[in-house]
Design a protein around this ligand. Structure first.
Ligand code: HEM
Length: 154
C-alpha cells in the first residue's frame, strides 16, 4: 500500500536509506522547491503549525532551509552543507528535532501532510514510494515524546 505510516517504536534501531536520486531527477531543482514549499505551506495550516515560527518571514526562512536539505538528501546539489558545518547529516537532523517535543501524533500529522502533496505529484508511483519509505522511516527518529508505559500492565 502506498503511503503507509508504519509504527514507530521507542529505542528501535531504525534502518533507513536516503531517497533514490530518481526522485530529484524526476522533479528537478524547481520541482523540488515547488513541492517542498507546498508541503510547508500546508504544515502552516496543520495541527503541528505551532511547532514552527508564526512570523511569516521567519517561516519563509524555515521553508528555504528545509528545502535545501531535501534537495541535497535526494541527490541534488550539496546546498544544505553550509548549514551543518561539517557534522554528520543524519545525526545533525535527529539532533535538531530534540529541541521540540515531537509526539507520535506529530509525526502522523507531518507524514499525513506530506502524503497530500505526494498524491498530487504526477511522477511514477514507484519513485514516490521510495521517497515515502525514507520519510516514514527517518521520521521515526524525530519522535522524542513517547507514551508513558501503563502502570496497570506487567
Ligand atoms: C523525515 C522526517 C523529517 C525530516 C527529513 C525533517 C527535516 C527537517 C529539516 C531539514 C529541518 C531544518 C533544520 C535546520 O534548522 O537547518 C527541520 C526542522 C524542523 N522540523 Fe523536521 N524533519 C522531519 C520530521 C519532522 C517531524 C515529524 C516534525 C514534527 C513536528 C518536524 C518538525 C520540525 C521543526 C519544528 C523544525 C524546526 C523549525 C524551525 O527552525 O523553527 N520535523 N526538519
Amino acid at each position: 500500500m502506498s503511503y503507509e505510516i508504519t509504527k514507530a517504536v521507542k529505542d528501535e534501531d531504525v534502518k533507513f536509506k536516503s531517497p533514490d536520486p530518481a526522485f530529484y531527477n524526476a522533479l528537478g531543482y524547481d520541482g523540488m522547491q515547488e513541492l517542498m514549499y507546498k508541503f510547508y505551506d500546508r504544515i502552516y495550516d496543520s495541527d503541528i503549525a505551532h511547532f514552527f515560527p508564526q512570523d511569516h518571514e521567519e517561516f519563509e526562512e524555515v521553508k528555504k532551509k528545509n528545502t535545501k536539505f531535501f534537495i541535497q538528501i535526494c541527490g541534488g546539489p550539496s546546498i544544505y552543507d553550509e548549514e551543518m558545518k561539517g557534522k554528520d547529516l543524519d545525526q545533525y537532523m535527529i539532533d535538531i528535532h530534540k529541541d521540540f517535543s515531537i509526539y507520535l501524533k506529530s509525526r502522523d500529522e507531518w507524514l499525513g501532510t506530506f502524503r497530500t502533496v505526494l498524491e498530487e505529484l504526477e511522477i511514477e508511483q514507484k519513485i514516490k514510494d521510495d521517497f515515502w519509505d525514507y520519510l516514514d522511516k527517518f521520521s521515526k527518529l524525530t519522535v522524542n515524546k513517547w507514551p508513558k508505559e501503563s502502570a496497570y500492565i506487567n
